[in-house]
Write a protein that binds this ligand. Structure first.
Ligand SMILES: [Zn+2]
Ligand SMILES: [Zn+2]
Length: 253
């Protein structure tokens, strides 16, 4: 556990940074196999089930999904950290991609929130944390998905090469947030809303939904994205571990 905490950084792995998604907005889909690849968010991942296979794939592939029994997460992570420490520099893009790998339910496609993963790692003492997604304590003991009862998950690794990040990446992210806002509005019965950042009133269907949870007005979204290109080039996972994957379908170029 200490090894995991040291490699991943206790503070950066905060419990869920965002409040639960608005009810009715459930974009997760059960992962499916297409032509021998695991399909996640419309992208193809090389499926593996052994740690050796995973490490071999890291050398040649950008997207890898390691299937594991969720209750083994801590053990798997500890072993992989030893392997990455041996094979990669701490600042290597591959090591960074591994640090941001997500844990996704095989049954329902839910990306488990930070509180769930930390609970599996024994990094949350009972009763100490408030505000985590409900069910994390039970999940930490059993590894069973609280939505669909699956006991297996994918460790989804994706490397985003910095050289591919350009102005269109940021434009696509903006379109993605706009599309999510439309979906969010259509799932609520509300006739108006409030910007989660500046508290300004917002008309129905307006604004941008950031990280699937925060509704922001145009001005606040502009602020949010003002330095996005530099931020993403410094860290492709800056806006969320899978954000660049989620916005890929919104690229026009
Ligand atoms: Zn599930
Ligand atoms: Zn605002």
């Amino acid at each position: 556990m200490q090894r995991v905490a040291a490699a991943f950084g206790r503070s950066s792995r905060a419990p869920d940074q965002t409040p639960p998604a608005a009810s009715g907005f459930t974009p997760d889909q059960a992962p499916t196999m297409v032509d021998g690849y695991l399909q996640l968010d419309g992208a193809r991942f090389v499926p593996v089930s052994q740690l050796d296979e995973f490490m071999a794939a890291v050398g040649t592939q950008r997207r890898i999904a390691l299937r594991l029994s969720t209750s083994q997460y801590e053990e798997v992570l500890t072993t992989l950290i030893e392997r990455f420490d041996a094979d990669y520099e701490n600042a290597a893009p591959e090591y960074r991609a591994f640090r941001y790998a997500e844990l996704i339910c095989t049954g329902c496609g839910w990306t488990f929130p930070g509180s769930y993963r930390m609970s599996l790692l024994g990094m949350l003492s009972p009763g100490r944390m408030s505000g985590g997604t409900p069910g994390f304590e039970e999940f930490g003991k059993t590894g069973v998905c609280t939505r669909c009862r699956s006991a297996e998950s994918f460790l989804a690794y994706e490397l985003f090469p910095v050289a591919e990040i350009d102005a269109e990446t940021v434009a696509a992210m903006r379109r993605h947030w706009r599309a999510d806002a439309r979906t969010w509005w259509s799932a609520t019965g509300r006739s108006k809303g409030i910007c989660d950042k500046c508290n300004r009133d917002m008309a129905r269907d307006a604004g941008f939904l950031i990280g699937r949870t925060r509704l922001e007005c145009v001005d606040c979204t502009d602020d949010h994205l003002a330095d996005a290109l530099e931020q993403l080039r410094a860290n492709p996972y800056y806006f969320g571990s899978a954000e660049l994957r989620h916005c890929r379908p919104f690229r026009t170029g």
